[in-house]
Design a protein around this ligand. Structure first.
Ligand code: NAI
Ligand code: MG
Length: 357
């Protein structure tokens, strides 16, 4: 966007989504005042269980037209299992966005922040700072397969991994471009071509072909088993880690788990072609156990706002938000209870917004 003004579809969803999304917006307003980008926020009440209880469905029939023209979707969390089964709420909303808007990249930063106890011994802020880039549309999570002779001794079950050249190349391209923009310019590919002897050698082949177009990027690959071990023992080795759907699913939980609490982890569901809006959300859910108490950690939501700005090309503003989060987390009295602090959601959110002014 040349004029640096962005239309954002805001969907708080359920539970603490409704408490942390306003803090994300507060921080976006603060960053906009300082960095000269402008936002138009359009609020939507669908993709929530409240909406479902009123309308008998998670979203209106024209949801795609309502939010498909926006520059991005800023999403809280969906789910209220007491009222609506999780598979209904999730498949009726978030999964629809990911599929219909071809958000084929799932992006998760893995960064050790000050004030967050690290489950790995001897690590301090600065030691762990990388991204997991997960393929989000094909691979191991295919619907090709079936079961024959069910319930008999001849029972056979199969599910095929599907890798397309288009699908593999586009995720690799995103990952190499990300690595090229970063200081270390280092890409690691997750593979298992010793055991999965057809699709994974193909994946490796495409990595090698793609790498030829990015001479500035140093790259390596590890089998997924030892790679998981390295995440724990040598998290400082990584910069951008790219993986298929299944391997990426596992690594994108393991990575953030190595850096502490779920309350601060953000995620992007990205359509790099920009044909459709991308969606930015915290990794956590609606947390019914603490919803309504005003004590949810807003950092995951606020960090998601930074990922969104990165995607929109507002990289200075994005970096400023991450720095403001670090400044605030370093102060014990501004941390929320999940980090052992006394601050409520609004106090923490305001402090991050103030740090940006
Ligand atoms: P959850 O992430 O909502 O909560 C897990 C635990 O972490 C809870 O004890 C919660 O209090 C705590 N927690 C989560 N976020 C926090 C925050 N910001 N600050 C402080 N503590 C926080 O996962 P759970 O309980 O498995 O799921 C609850 C609902 O959320 C379900 O309906 C589930 O389907 C949905 N969900 C939605 C997601 C999404 O919208 N992308 C992702 C994960 C779950
Ligand atoms: Mg997962």
């Amino acid at each position: 966007d040349q004029d640096r003004s962005y239309r954002i579809a805001v969907i708080p969803g359920d539970g603490i989504g409704k408490e942390v999304v306003p803090e994300g917006l507060r921080v976006l307003q603060a960053v906009s005042a300082r960095y000269g980008c402008r936002f138009r926020f359009d609020d939507f009440d669908f993709a929530s269980c409240d909406y479902y209880l009123r309308h008998g469905k998670m979203m209106p029939d024209d949801w795609k037209a309502l939010i498909g023209g926006h520059d991005a979707i800023f999403f809280g969390a969906v789910g209220w299992p007491e009222a609506v089964p999780d598979h209904v709420s999730l498949w009726g909303s978030l999964i629809q966005f990911r599929r219909e808007f071809d958000q084929y990249v799932n992006l998760r930063p893995v960064k050790l922040m000050p004030g967050v106890p690290c489950p790995l011994a001897g690590r301090k802020p600065g030691d762990i700072d990388f991204y997991v880039v997960r393929e989000n549309t094909e691979g191991e999570y295919s619907s090709i397969g079936g079961r024959i002779f069910p319930g008999t001794e001849r029972e056979v079950v199969m599910q095929e991994t599907v890798m397309t050249r288009v699908g593999v190349d586009r995720i690799l391209k995103f990952a190499f471009e990300l690595a090229e923009r970063r200081e270390k310019k280092h890409l690691t590919s997750a593979t298992k071509s010793n055991g999965i002897s057809i699709t994974m050698p193909y994946w490796d082949e495409r990595v090698e072909a793609m790498a030829a177009g990015y001479p500035a990027v140093r790259w390596d690959k590890y089998h997924i088993d030892i790679l998981a071990a390295h995440f724990v023992q040598h998290p400082d080795w990584f910069d951008v880690v790219v993986a298929s759907n299944l391997f990426g699913d596992i690594l994108s939980d393991l990575g953030p788990a190595c850096t502490g609490t779920i309350g601060i982890a953000p995620a992007g569901n990205i359509n790099p072609d920009r044909k459709f809006p991308s969606l930015f959300e915290p990794v956590h859910g609606s947390a019914p156990d603490i919803a309504g108490k005003g004590i949810a950690n807003p950092v995951g939501q606020i960090w998601s706002a930074a990922l969104m700005l990165d995607h929109l090309g507002e990289t200075d503003a994005a970096a400023a938000i991450v720095a403001a989060i670090e400044t605030v987390l370093a102060q014990p009295h501004l941390r929320t209870p999940d980090l052992g602090g006394p601050a409520d959601t609004v106090t923490c959110g305001r402090a991050i917004a103030d740090a940006l002014r």
